[in-house]
Ligand binder design. Structure first.
Ligand code: PEP
Ligand code: MN
Length: 350
């Protein structure tokens, strides 16, 4: 349920409403936009919907909207138009198209800096890199852990790029949130509910990747776990990432479901980005799918860039060299013009 308050409502009116909602055993979330005050409720078992609805009689409540979708906070109706989520100072969504780029895994400071420089100089505004890697085999490189987080922070600060990195284990979330500007929840964990809640509790933006066999409804319910757990007063901040789903054809690593971009944008108010690297698993397919993602209306891209893909400790087969990434970004910039959007930060050509 969303309570939209009258324009004359004051902050203390809103506090009173929150208090009344919580007295009825439900949880209140602030979903105010601009000067419109609004409060969404999450009914808990035992909270009576009709008692909540009766709060409509309060003099400062203008109207009450009931959201039929099971994901109440992520639903399109819960936002006022499409949400823009900022990672550090970089807006993702609206007319700001954000490109997140960097290596699959942080391997060394040298490798990370070379990748980040190539990414930034070509127009990426956010740096990615895994410090904790979700590897299929326990014998594969698992990431540098806390040392990798420190390298990400240092290189991000040096190049003035906010950083996003994956948290794999609820026990690491606090540490990851201390270093990162946004937390990534990977495909393999996109229905790890305790991890989603733990990430939400940090109040940091969460970039949530679609599970490899996850329906859009399940993805939105996973986002709901994050949104629900956010501390009171924290802005709703989840960015969804389409990265392909499992299919029967082994020629590409996954099947990139680009229709999910406009479909998700119709269902929810959260920004939706596309990861053509994990979706295809082949560097030569990354640029065509990245361009298609722009045309599909995505709010951004996540692309793996490595200075020496042949030497990469993970996902080298899908990594772009900095020069290939730069060539792609020139095309992306031109396509964005057609879409009426701009890169989140201007191109900084060397
Ligand atoms: C990643 O982005 O590093 C990653 C492992 O991706 P996914 O969770 O989509 O497989
Ligand atoms: Mn990878």
């Amino acid at each position: 349920m969303i309570f939209v308050l009258r324009p004359s409502a004051t902050l203390s009116d809103r506090q009173r409403l929150v208090h009344e909602i919580e007295k009825l055993g439900a949880r209140a979330h602030d979903v105010s936009e601009g000067s419109t005050l609004a409060v969404a409720t999450q009914s808990a078992p035992g909270a009576s919907t009709s008692a909540l609805g009766a709060l409509q009689a309060l003099p400062f409540v203008e109207r009450v909207l009931t959201i039929a979708k099971p994901y109440k906070l992520a639903a399109r109706e819960a936002g006022k138009g499409r949400s823009v989520v900022s990672i550090g100072s970089v807006p993702v969504g609206g007319d700001s198209f954000a490109v997140i780029a960097g290596p699959c895994a942080v391997e060394s400071e040298l490798q990370l800096r070379a990748s980040a420089l190539g990414a930034r100089d070509a127009g990426a505004s956010i740096l990615r890199g895994g410090a904790y890697k979700p590897r299929t085999s326990p014998y594969s490189f698992q990431g540098l852990g806390a040392d990798g987080l420190k390298m990400l922070r240092d290189v991000g600060d040096e190049l003035e790029m906010p950083i996003v990195t994956e948290a794999l284990d609820p026990r690491d979330v606090e540490l990851v949130a201390r270093y990162a500007d946004a937390l990534q929840i990977g495909s393999r964990n996109s229905q790890n509910f305790p991890l989603l809640s733990e990430a939400g509790r940090t109040g940091k933006p969460v970039m949530l990747k679609r599970g490899m066999a996850q329906t859009l409804k399940e993805l939105l319910l996973a986002a709901e776990y994050v949104l629900r757990a956010a501390p009171a007063g924290a802005a709703a901040s989840v960015i969804l990432c389409e990265r392909g789903v499992r299919s029967f054809d082994g020629e590409t690593r996954n099947l990139l479901d680009l229709a999910s971009v406009p479909a998700l944008q119709e269902l929810c108010h959260l920004p939706v980005i596309v990861d053509p690297s994990h979706a295809t698993g082949r560097s030569e397919l990354v640029a065509p799918m990245a361009k298609a993602a722009v045309a599909a209306g995505a709010d951004g891209l996540m692309v793996e860039v490595h200075p020496d893909p042949l030497a990469a400790r993970s996902d080298g087969r899908q990594a772009l060299r900095p020069s290939e990434f730069a060539a792609l970004m020139e095309k992306v910039e031109r396509l964005l013009e057609i879409e009426g959007k701009q890169l989140a930060t201007p191109l900084r050509r060397p």
